[in-house]
Design a protein around this ligand. Structure first.
Ligand SMILES: CC(C)(COP(=O)(O)OP(=O)(O)OC[C@H]1O[C@@H](n2cnc3c(N)ncnc32)[C@H](O)[C@@H]1OP(=O)(O)O)[C@@H](O)C(=O)NCCC(=O)NCCS
Length: 328
């Protein structure tokens, strides 16, 4: 529980300048050391955001030093109209001093002109003050996703019995997308189709909406698109599963699995397990130490990852607050 001891902080709008990017990145990294943020990543995100998107940041300063910030914007992917997100991050040295509350009020004020119907945010379950803060303001948990981490250097593939990995009689092969791109002219459409079948079954508080081919294909133009770390399972010419390993330049030792999925008619044949084993070998070959991911607490994937030996960390909690017509 906070014993409020306020300090003379000042709230002001974020400015797209090096000093503010660095201050915000430092606070974010102090709050989430497991996911470091850099000033250049933030600046790049801002550069790539369409100018007509509703998006804002506010910073709290103490003696000219950024000690907290808030970020908010419209959730463009939401199936609900007027759904917004926000995050308030206060440096651990300055928590419990009324700063988060002031940032939240500022954001509610800034959003009021858009008449939000829903506000979402997230935190991790070990941030108990943040969980209390959100619950006190009427937010409810809509999804819990344990964060999982595997040390690939100590991973022993012998722990997975061969019965759990697809066997040769099924004639399943695994290729990288970089190999397939050379021979399969419609590879972009194949990725898009496979992704859609998978995404529909990823446990989520909302039914997914299919992205247009054009917006999905933007992935392939990103500088961080690495087709050599997209693993595709095939039966003959048919693409039946995929698993993607992502990198984060701020954490060169840590790799991430973003999506793993198998077409409905091919599940429970050890295909996902085989794809994950390819990913682990790939990260090991690159000299990485860890693979991280997060899965809904009721998902089959969580089971699969625990079987592989991933260790469970604090869950990410997705929160949502629905406003009545009279709010905010
Ligand atoms: C999760 C998913 C990828 C599993 O693919 P799969 O090829 O069927 O998985 P495998 O056959 O390799 O299963 C390996 C092990 O994982 C676990 N597992 C897989 N599916 C499971 C299920 N439905 N329920 C419980 N455990 C399951 C089991 O331990 C299984 O071993 P077993 O069959 O010997 O019991 C597949 O269900 C899927 O595509 N789901 C939708 C996408 C998704 O949610 N992806 C995760 C988020 S990105």
């Amino acid at each position: 529980m906070c014993a409020l001891n306020t300090v003379p902080f000042v709230l002001r709008n974020f400015e797209k300048k090096q000093n503010d990017y660095s201050g915000v990145a430092q606070v974010a990294t102090a709050v989430w050391p497991e996911e470091p943020t850099t000033a250049s990543e933030l600046a790049l995100d801002d550069k790539h955001r369409k100018p007509d998107r509703i998006h804002g940041r506010v910073v709290a300063e103490l003696n000219g030093q950024i000690i907290a910030f808030g970020v908010y914007g419209k959730l463009e992917t939401s199936p609900r109209s007027r759904e917004f997100f926000f995050n308030a991050l206060v440096h651990p040295d300055h928590q419990c001093q009324g700063i988060g509350k002031a940032i939240y009020s500022y954001i509610i004020g800034a959003l009021s002109q858009y008449k939000p119907s829903v506000l979402t945010t997230d935190t991790r379950e070990n941030q108990t003050d943040a969980v209390r803060f959100l619950k006190m303001r009427g937010f409810e948990i809509v999804q819990r996703r344990p964060v999982l981490r595997l040390n690939v250097k100590s991973f022993d593939s012998a722990r997975i019995s061969s019965g759990k990995v697809h066997d040769k009689r099924q004639k399943i092969t695994v290729s990288t997308l970089s190999e397939l791109m050379l021979d399969v002219p419609d590879w972009k459409h194949r990725c898009w189709d496979l992704d859609w079948e998978i995404v529909q079954d990823i446990p989520s508080p909302d039914a997914p909406a299919r992205s247009t081919f054009e917006s999905y294909a933007l992935h392939f133009d990103n500088s961080d698109f690495t087709p050599q770390s997209w693993f595709i399972a095939l039966q003959g010419d048919e693409w039946v599963g995929m698993s993607i390993i992502d990198t984060n330049p701020s954490t060169p030792d840590v790799f991430y699995t973003s999506v793993t999925g198998v077409r409905r008619g091919f599940r429970r044949r050890g295909i996902a397990m085989a794809l994950k084993l390819h990913g682990i070998e790939h990260v090991r070959a690159l000299g990485g130490q860890f693979i991280e991911t997060d899965n809904d607490e009721n998902s089959p994937m969580l089971n699969l990852n625990l079987t592989l030996g991933f260790e469970r960390g604090p869950a990410i909690l997705e929160f949502r607050k629905t406003f009545s017509a009279a709010d905010p």
